[in-house]
Design a protein around this ligand. Structure first.
Ligand code: IPE
Ligand code: IPE
Ligand code: MG
Length: 249
């Protein structure tokens, strides 16, 4: 039985977030340029979105470029921006055909203008789609997102005082980039690094974490299904006891 066939179709997560890491090491192992690793990584991203759609996941968030990644060498940043442009250009038609809705989270004002306009165009063209939502975290930093949420909230109520005590977690989350996306049930990180790197700090408060040594360019559909399978073996207690969970079933 394949790993996909082993999945419990009644327990597919709605939202899977992925820290796509290890492109540079993949390239180094082959004596290639880091950008070749990013090229292969873009293919793995596409494969993962397809795998997610196949099993009925509704949202996949891919960490493509962090706020901190702006500090990489100029040539690598430029190469990543060029890759983004060419990926959008080559994949937009398929994206639309496959009913995938594209969404971007992050501080897009930092993107080069031509990248920003391509990205906005792709997002706009895919908005009517109602299949899987592919969320790309681009120029994304979680602390920055939370700080901006606080600023937006304060701005909104500057001249319109409100009852501070009535503010709920749900109200606050409406000011995040992810205001219309459910929290991920599962977070995957590849390449063996055991850290979060400023990704979705608010949203992953109760996510299941899955780490694999596989480098991102090697990450296959089977690897994705394996992560879902492992997720399905876990008991999500949300602070309750195991016994409470059993009686709820
Ligand atoms: C992830 O791979 C892609 C980005 C962060 C843009 P890396 O480029 O971080 O690869 P490693 O960690 O150096 O192997
Ligand atoms: C995290 O990977 C960001 C992305 C995958 C886009 P990094 O490779 O940048 O993370 P650190 O610096 O090793 O924590
Ligand atoms: Mg890395």
């Amino acid at each position: 039985m394949s790993i996909k066939e082993k999945l419990d179709t009644t327990k597919i997560p709605q939202h899977v977030a992925v820290i796509m890491d290890g492109n540079g090491r993949w390239a180094a192992q082959r004596g290639k340029d880091r950008l070749e690793g990013h090229n292969q990584g873009a293919k793995a991203a596409r494969t993962t979105v397809e795998a997610a759609a196949e099993i009925g996941v509704k949202y996949v968030t891919l960490y493509a470029f962090s706020m901190e990644n702006w500090n990489r060498p100029k040539e690598e940043v430029a190469g990543l921006m060029a890759l983004l442009l060419s990926s959008i250009a080559s994949q937009l038609d398929d994206l639309i055909k496959n009913n995938i809705r594209l969404k971007i989270i992050g501080d897009t004002s930092l993107l080069p203008p031509e990248v920003l306009s391509q990205v906005n165009n792709a997002v706009a063209k895919s908005q009517q789609n109602n299949g899987l939502t592919a969320v790309i975290a681009l120029s994304y930093g979680s602390r920055n997102e939370i700080l901006n949420a606080a600023k937006k909230l304060l701005q909104k109520y500057q001249n319109n005082p409100f009852d501070i005590d009535s503010l709920t977690e749900e109200d606050f989350s409406k000011y995040l980039y992810t205001y219309d996306i459910p929290d991920p049930e599962l977070l995957i990180r590849t390449s063996g690094e055991l850290r979060i790197s400023n990704f979705l700090l608010w949203q992953i408060s109760y996510s299941e974490l899955y780490f694999t040594d596989t480098l991102w360019p090697d990450f296959s559909k089977e690897d994705f299904f394996e992560a879902i399978y492992q997720y399905q073996q876990r008991e999500r207690r949300f602070g309750k006891t195991s016994q409470q969970i059993a009686t709820l079933k």
